[in-house]
Design a protein around this ligand. Structure first.
Ligand code: SF4
Length: 620
């Protein structure tokens, strides 16, 4: 097959069995790979009554046709499982080099089920795989784990592993590859821990064959040129995602004190310039990426030098302003800690911010915390809490459940301050100042997620005529308007699903908007030999979004769950340029469901499934 390897590895950890099978050609064409194929396999293999920690949950590592090629940003992989954080579809996506290596090792996907009797890791080399004992790795952090596996195998091996957080079933544990890259969200690392699977290690010498290598290379060259010539490229590649902090500060749109306000007076201390001038050592990039958005930063902590890649914008806000913490050095240290322990910094920060507000309001007391004062901006306490969360120790055991579950232990008022959607903590963006993002977070298929519909379009300041042309309203270019946001979210979700499945990093498309759907369709066609017109390709994206919604519908998800925390709907921002803003969600939801062809309750009707060629489980 061109583009794909044509092989899927099926592993049953309970029986210790490994089988190499053919990838379903039909499914690859319908769902591409990565997130799409992961969602399809999850839908086919898990029913609503499967507990996320049960051996019957599936854990799927998958790559797409673009992975391992020269196409910009194609060094990613996807991990899919039923989420222990939300109880619905869960997936996460990570960059670095693990994804291409899995492809070179010969597989489109690895489907893992069952639970090993004792800790194991999976070694995959050039089309062959074995389950190995990992008893001596259990308990190690992710950096130690990777080093040990490479020492005992080969230095070139790529490792995706869990740390203590995944082993201890922290509901927002991630999977870490190359020490700094995380498939962070929805608790896929905890699912891995529940299977007693410490790591997946891969090594391969294969290559990706293209149907028309000449024309595919031309499209790759064109894509690279368009990225490097984009206005803003130099700036973004120098400062990376921390530059978004600067833009958010300027706009008065930085989530602060568990979103009680959007103004952080000490925000300059978290700026891209501050990181660049004081702590940055060098740029880092994922495989085949010329944006190199990642900053490698170091800082002294006592007698130790700590740091590594990051912190990214999300981490700077979630462990910074949103916890009233302006100590950038402490965030670099916490970032390393989360990487080593295998924790999602967004959910970690969101849960700590919730605890800080509850402590401030007297809902949580010193008695609950075991004597810790959880005060705003106390970075030493935050570091201690992160360690306690990963070990599920004392109050950390409660925080390890995520803010939604933890809040239930402290009553209704505590739940009011839990900033989550469908159980997953909110990302950095202050959606009262970015209404399209608000809609995107409310309807995203994996809970509060800014990447399903990365509608940066509304923040760039494009001319109203362009908004009118693309999304039917000149006001759509205004982040404070709700007009045109439903079609904008739908478009970004559909194209985003293609990118997550192909796989190419969304930043290559949704940062500069110089790469088009036409270019992506051309690349996929020349690579795979399948004729992907733009229409056909966008239909793949729409199919994936609808399949995921159908899966979630089967788990009871409807309009009542497509909500934002009450604070964002009812509490106007108290100060700054966004003073008075809330999110007017309901009219956007009405329009969104209509455009999607869903019922007014947010259910995908059977006709829609048929129209999109989504085979319903159990039906022929
Ligand atoms: S833009 Fe950043 S995250 Fe995306 S592939 Fe490039 S380096 Fe990785």
């Amino acid at each position: 097959m061109y583009g794909w390897t044509g092989k899927t590895l099926f592993i049953d950890l309970s029986r210790g069995k490994l089988v190499v099978g053919e990838s379903s050609r039909e499914n690859l064409k319908l769902y591409l790979g990565g997130r799409g194929i992961g969602s399809r396999i999850l839908y086919e293999s898990t029913s609503p009554d499967v507990d996320p920690y049960s051996p019957d949950n599936s854990l799927i590592f998958s790559v797409g046709p673009l992975v391992g090629t020269r196409f910009p940003g194609s060094g990613r992989y996807s991990v899919t499982a039923k989420s222990p954080l939300t109880g619905i579809l869960g997936d996460a996506n990570s960059g670095g080099y693990f994804g291409p290596e899995l492809k070179y090792a010969g597989f489109d996907a690895v489907v893992i089920r069952g639970r090993a009797e004792k800790p194991v890791y999976i070694m995959i080399v050039d089309g062959e795989a074995e389950i190995r004992d990992a008893s001596d790795l259990w308990g190690l952090d992710t950096w130690e784990t990777e080093d040990r596996i490479r020492e005992s195998t080969s230095p070139g091996v790529k490792v995706a592993c869990i740390g203590p957080a995944g082993e201890n079933l922290v509901r927002y544990a991630g999977i870490v590859n190359e020490k700094y890259r995380l498939a962070a969200r929805t608790g896929v690392g905890a699912v891995m821990g529940s299977k007693r699977l410490k790591a997946v290690a891969v090594s391969g010498e294969g290559m990706v064959e293209a149907a028309d290598i000449g024309r595919f290379e031309e499209v790759c060259d064109k894509a690279s040129e368009l990225i490097m010539e984009a206005p803003g490229y130099e700036y973004f590649s120098k400062y990376g995602t921390p530059s978004i902090v600067d833009r958010a500060l300027l706009a008065g749109r930085i989530s602060t004190r568990n979103r009680q306000t959007s103004i952080f007076p000490e925000g300059e201390l978290l700026s891209a310039e501050e990181l660049d001038s004081k702590y940055k050592v060098k740029d880092r990039a994922c495989f085949a990426c010329l944006i190199h958005c990642s900053n490698y930063a170091r800082v002294m902590s006592g007698s130790k030098c700590v740091g590594g890649e990051g912190p990214e914008y999300e981490t700077l806000v979630c462990l910074g302003s949103n916890c009233w913490n302006s100590d950038l050095a402490s965030i670099i240290e916490m970032n390393e800690l989360c990487n080593r322990l295998g924790l999602d910094t967004i959910s970690t920060g969101g849960t700590i911010a919730w605890a800080m507000e509850c402590y401030e309001k007297g809902i949580i007391t010193r008695e609950d915390t075991g004597g810790l004062d959880i005060l705003w901006g106390d970075s030493e306490v935050m570091i201690e809490l992160i360690k306690m969360i990963a070990r599920r120790e004392g109050f950390g055991d409660i925080l390890a459940e995520g803010c939604a579950r933890a809040a239930r232990k402290f009553g209704e008022e505590a739940s009011r301050y839990a900033m989550h959607v469908k159980g997953m903590e909110l990302p950095a963006v202050e959606v009262r100042g970015a209404k399209g993002f608000g809609l995107g977070l409310a309807v995203a298929s994996r809970g509060a997620d800014h990447l399903r519909a990365l509608v940066n379009f509304e923040l760039i300041g494009y001319p109203p005529e362009l908004g009118e042309k693309l999304y039917g309203s000149p006001d759509s270019v205004d982040p404070l308007s709700i007009r045109g946001k439903a079609p904008m979210v739908k478009y970004h979700e559909d194209l985003g699903a293609v990118l997550d499945s192909a796989i190419a990093c969304k930043y290559t498309f949704f940062t500069f908007y110089t790469l088009s759907a036409e270019l992506l369709a051309e690349a996929l066609s020349h690579l795979t030999g399948v004729d992907f017109t733009v229409e056909k390709m966008m239909r793949v994206g729409e199919r994936i979004v609808n399949l995921e919604r159908h899966y979630n519908n089967l788990h009871g998800i409807t309009r009542k769950d497509d909500q934002l925390p009450r604070r964002l709907l009812e509490e106007p921002l108290p100060e700054g340029r966004l003073k008075g803003q809330t999110v007017e969600l309901e009219p956007m939801l009405d329009e969104y469901y209509k455009i999607r062809g869903w019922t007014s309750e947010g259910i995908v009707p059977k006709e829609k499934l048929l129209e999109l060629e989504i085979k319903v489980k159990g039906e022929r």
